[in-house]
Design a protein around this ligand. Structure first.
Ligand code: G3I
Length: 445
């Protein structure tokens, strides 16, 4: 995405209005049970135009038993957001903490399959409703190593993060996909480890769009906080402040202002989220780390943030920036065939072609299949794939599978069967075993 810095004259009087005037959002983490507290909800809806579930979209909440999904809390937050014009950040598809007990007890290939299934199922459920997903949260170690954090997730193989991003992209192509972490509030060994991963992902085409900087802060702000955001932005990703809270005391308002100014000065810093609404809603308890008192009164830190938003330069997101998308078919918008290439008068038989891209790990894989209609278009299509011996399909999206081993036939679903000449539909499936060498064959009707 390219963006330009602009200047605007008017000064907003709420966090969301001031941020929006500068092309950004201002968000809050929401605890589901607080949505019945009227003081809380009044502030939430007046001041914030983005929400993130503090806990309700985590693995333990959404898949308490393997394969049994519970979206009650997440759906409630999405409904609240949609009714109040707020975008939704999804948090978090994979994290070493807050795993359900059954996942904590798994390892190796079964865990990898369960992880990928979780990403696919949850991202599919919320498809079209999430602006940005924290696909992976807190995967790097604290301290000076710059290395990955040891965890059951990491022990499934170093490629688990890129596998998760690919599975999330396949499941919800309209959502921005982010990596999110803490203790990354300046140029340090941990943020540099993450920086190197993002650079590597961008060079290899792993689908990453954004990096979240949690920013759970104490009594000072690193002098290179802004420079750190900027070096990530320069890699070609958006950056966001995702879980901001600051220790109370004399410096709180200054630190809040410093973080806000830093974001405003980085054109790819697209928004700020505080981790809660009022001090008494915060996981930090007596730190009084947020922008509102329990009574609902605005704190000095609130005013300093508002002033910094109003003083900062604005950005005009480029028109290609995907916003929140509406639920719908997975196929991208139809592409018109080039006007310089007239369709042949006699359409070739066969009617479609299919290509597959494979994301594999030891013991499993996710296949993303692209179906392209020939000159006659399609009324429906099916794709046949012969799996290697020992492999089997466990999960399919945007198509219906017939069979799970040997030759498996995938048929269009109702919204992606009719394709005009040159149009494309995409579907995917997940399997156990090896998917190496599979070659799809497409037939149109
Ligand atoms: O809801 C249960 C309640 O029924 C039970 O009686 C009680 C007993 O312990 O626990 C309640 O659940 C707690 C939940 O918060 C809701 O209050 C969990 O134990 C507790 O572990 C959980 O803490 C959350 C923590 O993440 C762990 O998931 C915090 O609210 C949440 O603010 C915090 O958020 C994290 C981000 O996700 C990632 N970055 C760091 C940030 C702060 O730790």
């Amino acid at each position: 995405m390219t963006m330009t810095l602009t200047s605007t004259a008017s000064a907003g009087t709420t966090l969301k209005a001031s941020a929006a005037e500068k092309g950004r959002y201002f968000g809050a983490a929401v605890a589901g049970q607080k949505l019945s507290d009227s003081t809380y909800v009044t502030i939430l809806n007046r001041e914030f135009n983005s929400v993130v579930a503090e806990n309700d979209m985590k693995w333990d909440a959404t898949e308490p038993q393997q394969g049994r999904f519970n979206y009650t809390g997440g759906d409630r937050l999405v409904a609240h957001a949609q009714a109040n014009g707020q975008s939704v950040r999804g948090h978090a598809l994979l994290w070493y903490q807050q795993q359900p007990g059954w996942a904590q007890n798994m390892s190796g290939s079964p865990l990898r399959s369960a992880m990928m299934n979780h990403v696919t199922q949850v991202a599919t459920h919320f498809k079209g409703k999430i602006h940005s997903w924290d696909v992976v949260n807190e995967a790097f170690a604290d301290g000076n190593s710059g290395a990955r954090r040891d965890s059951n997730l990491q022990r499934t193989g170093n490629d688990w993060i890129e596998a998760a991003f690919r599975a999330a992209r396949a499941a919800d192509p309209g959502a921005k996909l982010c990596y999110n972490d803490y203790n990354t509030d300046g140029i340090n060994a941990k943020s540099t480890g993450i920086y190197n991963m993002v650079r590597d992902f961008k060079s290899r085409g792993v689908p990453i769009d954004c990096v979240g900087f949690q920013s759970h802060l104490g009594t000072s702000l690193s002098s290179d906080y802004q420079a750190n955001l900027q070096r990530f932005a320069d890699l070609g990703v958006d950056v966001q402040i995702t879980e901001l809270d600051v220790m109370s005391g004399g410096n709180q308002a200054n630190i809040y202002a410093g973080v806000t100014r830093a974001c405003m000065n980085v054109s790819r810093c697209t928004g700020i989220t505080t981790w809660g609404v009022r001090d008494c809603d915060s996981w930090r308890g007596s730190d009084n780390a947020l922008l509102f008192e329990c009574s609902g009164n605005k704190k000095a830190a609130y005013t300093s943030v508002l002033n910094a938003l109003n003083a900062g330069p604005g950005i005009t997101p480029s028109p290609t920036t995907p916003g929140p998308t509406t639920p719908g078919p997975t196929s991208p918008p139809p592409t018109s065939p080039s006007p310089t290439t007239p369709p042949p008068t006699t359409p070739p038989p066969g009617g479609c072609t299919a290509t597959v891209s494979l994301n594999s790990w030891t013991g499993g894989f996710v296949a993303s299949v692209k179906v392209t209609a020939g000159a006659a278009g399609t009324n429906g299509w099916n794709v046949s794939v012969t799996l290697p011996s020992g492999a089997s399909v466990t999960n399919t999206w945007s198509a219906t599978a017939s069979g799970s081993t040997g030759t498996v036939r995938f048929t269009n679903v109702n919204y992606n069967g009719q394709l005009g000449a040159g149009q494309v539909a995409e579907f995917g499936f997940q399997g156990t075993g090896s998917g190496a060498g599979i070659t799809p064959t497409c037939a149109a009707s």
